[in-house]
Write a protein that binds this ligand. Sequence first.
Ligand code: DX5
Ligand code: ZN
Length: 214
Amino acid sequence: MIKISPSILSADFANLGRDIERIAEADYVHVDVMDGLFVPNLSIGMPVVSSIRKVTQKVLDVHLMIDRPVRYVERFCDAGADIVTCHVEADTEDNTLRALDLIHAKGKRCGVVVKPKTPASAVLPFIDRCDLILVMTVEPGFGGQKFMADMMPKVTQIRQYIDAMNPSCELEVDGGVDCQTAKVCIAAGANVLVAGSAVYGAADLTATIRALRG
Ligand code: DX5
Ligand code: ZN
């Protein structure tokens, strides 16, 4: 089953509760956390995750685009995240492994994320303990960018790693996903699709979420 994780980066932050109700058809809620260091943009932090937790039962899929996320993962779990993902580029291998263990110790799901220039093999040190791997299909930092179709061989390579090494691990893509590019991602092996502008820019959000599933 294909799961859809709308990114609230494209929602109206003054009406976040309403905009989360509008994606009732979705599987997850994708929350983009940016620190202005790991990526050249700032977004939201733990207090907003806590507030979202109070208004939805949905799985909160928290994408940490922050430097040395090991410093914060427990606080995001306590704030109500269900899945917390850390970029492999954001710290040493040892610290990333420790971050994943801290998330699991909180009873939550964990994962790693790879930026476009990072090779598929970068997930190998972490794959056995990941519940989800996220492949960026844009440079992280901003919504509304163009989908990078040249990331699809990497998605297929990581799908092969997952099938061989940790078959229950989910494979998510993030960036520029719309009803056309979604098909390409699914064909390459993704099973969770993040979509920000394609969902929140649509007139009919429910129909768009269904169309994204294919
Ligand atoms: C980018 C974020 C994405 C972004 C996706 O740094 O990680 O989740 O919100 O937005 P769209 O779907 O508009 O590319
Ligand atoms: Zn994201």
